[in-house]
Design a protein around this ligand. Structure first.
Ligand SMILES: Nc1nc2c(ncn2[C@@H]2O[C@H](COP(=O)(O)OP(=O)(O)OP(=O)(O)O)[C@@H](O)[C@H]2O)c(=O)[nH]1
Ligand SMILES: [Mg+2]
Length: 462
């Protein structure tokens, strides 16, 4: 799944947001990737609620149309009092905003490209516009697009209202130095309930670029006391992580190991033949895959291949699974990706492994949270995203944890640390639930096969 990125510069985005208010933009469609055709536009932009079109031309104009209504190919003329056309260009400080002529329709909801009368985008199914100022919007062609009707790019974004801050947070977090120390101490002194296991093994699974490796780096940084970047992180079309890695965390330079191993995987992709293979996930769960195993999307590790660890015990197994999802992309998760997660969840439930959903990049998702991380449980927007995730994954809201990882900072920040540590502490609580399930009739089950056989029989569901 190629990563589709916005062509809006920071300055353009700022100017566009000044017209739209307190909102977030989600890129739905980019013509250079998906095609300069009406069909490609409708496939991605129909029934999406409020959207904004962003067209680019060679003369340097960024212009388009906002509507609060759906596109739906109904053939009808749509009236939308909130609709407007706009243009951002070098020559003007403030963007040009053109409201509709009262009593006239805003756009015709046809099978063609978006038809705002005075401006028709993707005209004749091509990278161009038709411009007829005066029809239902009045503007000067020179100010709107400089007379350059050829498009170099064409994007459509969903416009999501951010809402305000809740008067009371939906979860209580103490943002104090004592709380941070308390969490660190609790995590460092964690002891699995099963005698043969010394460390909790927690697996991070999620789409490409969701922030799995960065989450490990951030937790590692908190315990080390300075910024670290042991796991390679970044953005690329494909997963940056291609090996299975099991990371031990040390408290301070040369300090003792924290009883937690964070296992990092290759990113998931929606197609069956790319990204992390589900069969490999199951083998990781059971402990058969070694550190530094090189993932291959098409050929998962087989029992008879060298490198497959046959003799495994409970200490090699995964005790808690963490699904990592980019909060900014929650509403863009495709059905294929959700189906992939559903397949993984089914296997995970069968093995009785507790699951947590980590919502990353909350700072990018909500400006109110970027301003002050303490707003994380007061942001109406993040609460809505947490609920959406909980519903689409079928995971209780209590298992959904928002975090912000260190992505550009050079210094640790107490609030960031507390939110990260809270998530880790919760992972250890869930690990305990896994271990509790392994004690049957007062006997710890050490044999892996017994363990999974019994789980499959009882089919525990989280
Ligand atoms: N602002 C912000 N950026 C983040 C956060 N977490 C991760 N990032 C950025 O997101 C990008 C991808 O992060 P990675 O940790 O490499 O993602 P991954 O899930 O390991 O991706 P693959 O290994 O490619 O599957 C990086 O550029 C990170 O800096 C976050 O909480 N906030
Ligand atoms: Mg990674």
């Amino acid at each position: 799944m190629p990563v589709v990125t916005s062509s809006l510069s920071e300055d353009h985005q700022k100017k566009l947001l000044s017209l739209l208010g307190n909102v977030r933009l989600h890129l739905l469609y980019k013509a250079s990737v998906h095609g300069f055709t009406a069909l490609a536009f409708h496939n991605r932009c129909d029934i999406q609620g409020p959207t904004v079109i962003v067209a680019y031309n060679g003369a340097g104009f960024v212009f388009g149309a906002y509507t609060s209504k759906d596109y739906n190919q109904s053939g009808e003329k749509v009236e939308d009092e909130q609709a407007f056309l706009y243009s951002i260009s070098e020559g003007r400080n403030k963007p040009l905003r053109v409201g509709g002529i009262s009593g006239q329709c805003s756009f015709t909801d046809e099978v063609t490209g978006p038809n705002y009368g005075a401006l028709v985008f993707l005209h004749e199914n091509a990278a161009k516009i038709e411009s007829k100022p005066g029809e239902n919007f009045t503007f000067k062609a020179a100010e709107m697009h400089g007379g350059d009707l050829a498009l170099t790019e064409f994007e459509v974004y969903r416009v999501e209202g951010l809402g305000d801050l809740l008067a009371k947070p939906w979860r209580n977090i103490q943002w104090t130095a004592e709380k941070k120390q308390q969490l660190m101490k609790a995590i460092q002194s964690y002891k699995p309930e099963i005698k043969t296991v010394q460390q909790a093994r927690v697996l991070l699974v999620g789409p490409v670029g969701a922030g799995k490796s960065t989450f490990f780096n951030s937790v590692n940084s908190v315990f080390r006391g300075n910024m670290t970047s042991q796991a390679i992180a970044g953005t690329a079309g494909r997963s940056v992580t291609t090996q299975f890695r099991t990371y031990t965390i040390k408290a301070g330079k040369g300090g003792g190991a924290v009883p937690l191993i964070l296992c990092d995987t290759m990113g998931l992709e929606e197609n069956a033949e790319t990204g992390l293979n589900i069969e490999d996930i199951v083998n990781i769960y059971k402990g058969h895959i070694r550190d530094r195993y090189q993932f291959s999307s098409l050929t998962p590790l087989q029992e008879d291949t060298p490198g497959f660890m046959k003799q495994v015990t409970l200490k090699d197994a995964i005790h808690c699974v963490v699904y990592v999802v980019d909060t900014c992309k929650v509403s863009l998760l495709t059905q294929k990706m959700l189906d992939k997660f559903a397949g993984i969840r089914k296997k995970t439930n069968l093995l009785g492994i507790p699951q947590i959903l980590l919502m990353t990049k909350v700072d990018e998702a909500c400006p109110l949270v970027a301003e002050d991380l303490k707003n994380v449980y007061r942001s109406v927007y993040l609460q809505r995203k947490a609920r959406e995730l909980s519903e689409s994954f079928g995971i209780p809201l209590s298992c959904v944890l928002p975090v912000k990882s260190y992505s550009e900072e050079l210094e640790l920040d107490q609030d960031v640390d507390i939110l990260l540590l809270t998530a880790v502490a919760q992972m250890l609580n869930y690990t305990d639930s896994f271990f509790e399930n392994q004690v049957i009739g007062g006997q710890e089950m050490i044999d892996q096969q017994d363990l999974y056989r019994s789980n499959e029989l009882s089919r525990p569901v989280l």
